[in-house]
Design a binder for this molecule. Structure first.
Ligand code: NDP
Length: 241
């Protein structure tokens, strides 16, 4: 059997599409997220999958789930740090708790997952960590200050971790998608920021990226031989500015 793929934020959007592609190729999977009913529904259609309710900001919970899956499927071959939140708002009046949620989930969640799988990957001199960042990790957008801060953080930590582990043959990859139709916007509390975002999308013809194309790209990156590390891919709808 193929080796274990761990996906955070597998309950919707990119994570669910990525999970389907790896399942179709015969990988056993650990599906993580907070909404266990969604994860269970996805896992029910898969051949070898474990679903665990995990908040990626909770290191102990995250680690326990990974160890449980590794006890069944063996060491983690690939960790996809995909879980994330984008709470749009203007710094002038946004609730600071929303900044904290983004930094905790988008940055601490990635660091947590990385440390949880890294030692074993280094020991075996084999393994891949793939982080889902955003074009907002390399370009600014109004009403995105804390999100941009978190995703610039993901870009920075990914390249640092890649440098730290290249000598141990561990790959660290990053994908930076543009706007796509997922559940990401459903958590935004600022009506005006949401209106601005939708107007921006409409100005591009209303076209956004299909999550399936992000999932296919992730699979392509991973499928390169272990001695090839696609460090970063930027992917967006052609009409995105
Ligand atoms: P979704 O909202 O559909 O998916 C986000 C996923 O993250 C959900 O499965 C959610 O699961 C999970 N999640 C959120 N917080 C936590 C947490 N604390 N612990 C565990 N899981 C959590 O959005 P996307 O699929 O779009 O987002 C996936 C990634 O893609 C994010 O990192 C996002 O920043 C990035 N991205 C998205 C873009 C877009 O336009 N959609 C563009 C560029 C990047 P649950 O609620 O069950 O915990």
């Amino acid at each position: 059997m193929k080796k274990l793929v761990v996906i955070t934020g597998a309950s919707s959007g990119f994570g669910a599409e990525i999970a389907k592609i790896f399942n179709a190729d015969g990988y056993p999977m650990l599906l993580l997220g907070r909404r266990i009913e969604k994860l269970n529904a996805l896992a029910a259609d898969f051949d070898h999958a474990m679903a665990e309710a995990v908040d990626v900001t909770d290191y102990d919970q995250f680690e326990a789930a990974v160890r449980k899956a590794e006890a069944v499927y063996g060491p983690t071959e690939l960790l996809i740090n995909n879980a994330g939140v984008m709470l749009l708002g203007n710094v002038q009046n946004q609730d600071p708790r929303e900044w904290q949620t983004m930094l905790d989930t988008n940055v601490m969640g990635v660091l947590n997952g990385t440390q949880i799988v890294l030692n074993e990957m280094r020991e075996h001199e084999h393994g891949t960590i793939l982080n889902v960042s955003s074009l907002a990790g390399k370009k600014t957008f109004v009403n995105h200050a804390a999100y941009v801060a978190s995703k610039y953080g993901v870009h920075g930590l990914s390249e640092t971790i890649r440098e730290e582990n290249a000598g141990k043959n561990v790959r660290v990859m990053l994908i930076a998608p543009g706007a796509a139709e997922t559940e990401l916007l459903t958590h935004v509390t600022s009506e005006s920021a949401l209106t601005d975002y939708n107007a921006w999308k409409e100005s591009m013809g209303g076209l956004t990226l299909d999550p399936k194309h992000v999932a296919e790209t992730v699979k392509f990156m991973f499928d390169m031989p272990q001695n090839v590390n696609i460090r970063e891919v930027d992917i967006a709808a052609t009409r995105q500015d």
